[in-house]
Design a protein around this ligand. Structure first.
Ligand SMILES: Nc1ncnc2c1ncn2[C@@H]1O[C@H](COP(=O)(O)OP(=O)(O)O)[C@@H](O)[C@H]1O
Ligand SMILES: Cc1ncc(COP(=O)(O)OP(=O)(O)O)c(N)n1
Length: 272
């Protein structure tokens, strides 16, 4: 007997320490029982202390990666991660539009939580005008909400207003991730605005740990995996929030500083 698994795609940068980027996406797809394919857009060299070098992939190589997958695989959902600059964003937009890869989850990776800039400032407008309108789901973190919506967020009402601004830019569903900068907070809450207009806050317990590399990638990859399985949007987002929380809540010892989340802890859990 040949087993069959839904196929999902990550269009992202490779992170050499395995904690974030494409590697975190593929770990997440595996943990959610989805087959993971990848279009590599860039390579970063780094470890748990940070990122130390980065190179973009040639655009004709990216074209070939898309072509080879489109010719052979049945991708049911895709996500974007690090896209580095305007040229790479436009290459990905062109190829995604030509392919039939299902819903698109856009993680608008601008900067890591440790301050490494992964998208050139000059590409922000291309992100806003060319990629965000294609997003079935947009998953900005607190900093990215402020940057993309061009607003300062200092209250829940600000966050809700910003999410509506992002929807006005063309993204269908938004999960605007809240701040977790305060070590005394007890919960981390994200604002969700669905295409239907329904909106709500999702809360989970705050875990005080340095092992949080790849949280955003794992959240967006989990949404992508669930969409590839056909899980309805609201439930896909709810599962992803619980999945990431479980992965953060049970740290593993990898690296000496800011380590990865633990996908094993979240594997095969029945999130309702
Ligand atoms: N220390 C933490 N405890 C619990 N949840 C967290 C913690 N850090 C991040 N999260 C959650 O992980 C998800 C990814 O968010 P975030 O880390 O802000 O993304 P990014 O990696 O894009 O900066 C969000 O749902 C956020 O609330
Ligand atoms: C290659 C690569 N892509 C993305 C990231 C950032 O990952 P993300 O999960 O959005 O953020 P952190 O939680 O790692 O800050 C990365 N580091 N490398």
């Amino acid at each position: 007997m040949v087993n069959s698994y839904p196929q999902a795609l990550t269009i992202a940068g490779s992170d050499s320490d395995g904690s974030a980027g494409m590697q975190a996406d593929l770990h997440t797809f595996f943990a959610r029982h989805v087959y993971g394919a990848s279009v590599m857009t860039a390579c970063v060299a780094g470890n748990s202390y940070g990122i130390h070098a980065s190179v973009p992939m040639p655009t004709d190589f990216i074209d070939q990666e898309f072509k080879d997958l489109a010719d052979d695989y049945h991708i049911r959902a895709a996500k974007t991660g690090m896209l580095a600059d305007s040229e790479l964003i436009n290459t990905v937009v062109k190829n995604y539009q030509a392919a039939d890869f299902g819903p698109l989850v856009v993680d608008p990776v601008i900067m890591t939580k440790h301050g490494n800039q992964l998208l050139e400032e000059s590409a922000f407008n291309t992100l806003r005008t060319n990629l965000i309108p294609l997003a079935t789901v947009l998953t900005p973190n607190f900093f990215e909400v402020e940057k993309i919506a061009e607003m300062t967020i200092s209250s829940d009402a600000d966050m809700e207003k910003a999410a509506h601004k992002l929807q006005d830019m063309g993204a269908k569903n938004i999960i605007a991730k809240g701040s977790h900068a305060d070590p005394h907070q007890t919960v981390v809450k994200d604002f969700v605005l669905l295409a239907s207009g329904e909106s709500f806050w999702l809360s989970e317990p705050y875990h005080e740990t340095d092992r949080v590399n790849g949280t955003g990638d794992s959240l967006s990859a989990c949404i992508t995996a669930e969409l590839a399985k056909g899980t309805p949007m609201k439930h896909a987002i709810e599962i992803a929030k619980q999945f990431v929380n479980a992965a953060i809540g049970s740290p593993i010892e990898v690296g000496h500083k800011f380590g990865p989340v633990n996908h094993w802890a979240a594997m095969d859990r029945d999130f309702s």
